[in-house]
Write a protein that binds this ligand. Structure first.
Ligand code: AMP
Length: 302
């Protein structure tokens, strides 16, 4: 067997979805979404990305075009007959809260990922939001990874806690939002929650705080990262995944963690300015550099 070494490459596993989104100002139906999709756009602009997931027979031609543009190869995106993962969400008037209207797993229901040799050899693995059993299955097949970044959500904390804990044992950087960190640890205070999360396996916890930025916490360090200012929010969906994708690409390029988080923050601020991936797709490095510089100028120790 010939093993292809991809020294600077990123594997992203998670959901590939069709979303229906309702915001206080506007709605969209049947738009391309999913954790992999949101993470792929900012990372695929900079490094070789191997997206891993499954789609149904209803996956739109435009979706294929977008995936082909940003992926190294689509050989790890399986297509079978059935319905693509479908998710619907509605934002409250304050934009901070969101209700899930439905989650239809569709073809993800019985999905068993089998990775190509080149995908197994990616040196950074981003386990974006999906059932932790699938995250474990992907991780079991990876052979060359130096960094594992994991994201999850309240649904899996509630329904697949044991599997999530197994993933965390093998995770270097865990991305989680404030509410989920409290849910997973039962600690209301962010620093206490992060300290307990560090005991679960990761060396670094990144707590995402939406429009209040994020905090990077490790055993001997706590750094506060601001969000980009003056952002006009159109649709917050996928901000966390976009953050993760932007950050992961920087780590593939061996930037410092602080730089990588600032890059992720810049991309997340772009994501929320359009529905789905529309704004992320049409933003270039010049705009990202400007936003990233603003973020880095506001970093502080916490
Ligand atoms: P975020 O706003 O960062 O939570 O990401 C929203 C994206 O995640 C949407 O595009 C959804 O299709 C996708 N999503 C929603 N629920 C799930 C789930 N249970 N597992 C995986 N992906 C999901």
């Amino acid at each position: 067997m010939v093993i292809v070494k991809m020294e600077n490459s990123l594997l992203i596993a998670g959901s590939i979805a069709i979303d229906d989104i309702e915001t206080p100002l506007d709605n969209r139906v049947n738009i391309l979404g999913g954790s992999v999709t949101h993470a792929l756009i900012p990372s695929g602009k900079r490094v070789s990305v191997f997206p891993v997931g499954i789609i149904g027979s209803d996956f739109p031609e435009k979706g294929f075009e977008i995936y082909k543009t940003y992926s190294e190869t689509m050989e790890n995106v399986q297509q079978i007959s059935g319905q693509t993962f479908k998710w619907g969400g509605r934002y409250h008037e304050n934009w901070d809260q969101r209700d899930t209207l439905f989650t239809a797993l569709g073809v993800f229901e019985n999905y068993n990922p089998v990775l190509s040799d080149s995908a197994r050899n990616a040196n950074v693995v981003f386990l974006a939001n999906i059932h932790p059993k699938l995250q474990l299955s992907v991780l079991d097949q990876c052979t060359n990874h130096q960094i594992v970044i994991t994201d999850s959500m309240n649904l899996w904390i509630d329904t697949a806690n044991d599997d999530l804990l197994k993933v965390l044992k093998r995770t270097n950087i865990f991305l989680i939002n404030e509410e989920e960190s409290q849910q997973l640890t039962s600690h209301p205070i962010l620093e206490d929650a992060a300290n307990q999360l560090l005991q679960m396996g990761p060396d670094t916890i990144i707590i995402k705080k939406g429009s209040s930025g994020s905090v990077i916490i490790s055993a001997d360090d706590c750094t506060s990262i601001p969000a980009v200012s003056n952002v006009s929010v159109v649709d917050p969906t996928g901000a966390g995944d976009t953050f993760g994708g932007g950050m992961a690409a920087s780590l593939v390029l061996r930037d410092s963690l602080l730089d990588a988080v600032a890059e992720g923050t810049a991309w997340a601020s772009v994501c929320v300015e359009g529905f789905g991936i529309e704004k992320t797709m049409h933003t270039d490095e010049v705009e990202i550099s400007r936003r990233k510089a603003e973020v880095l100028s506001g970093v502080s120790t916490c």
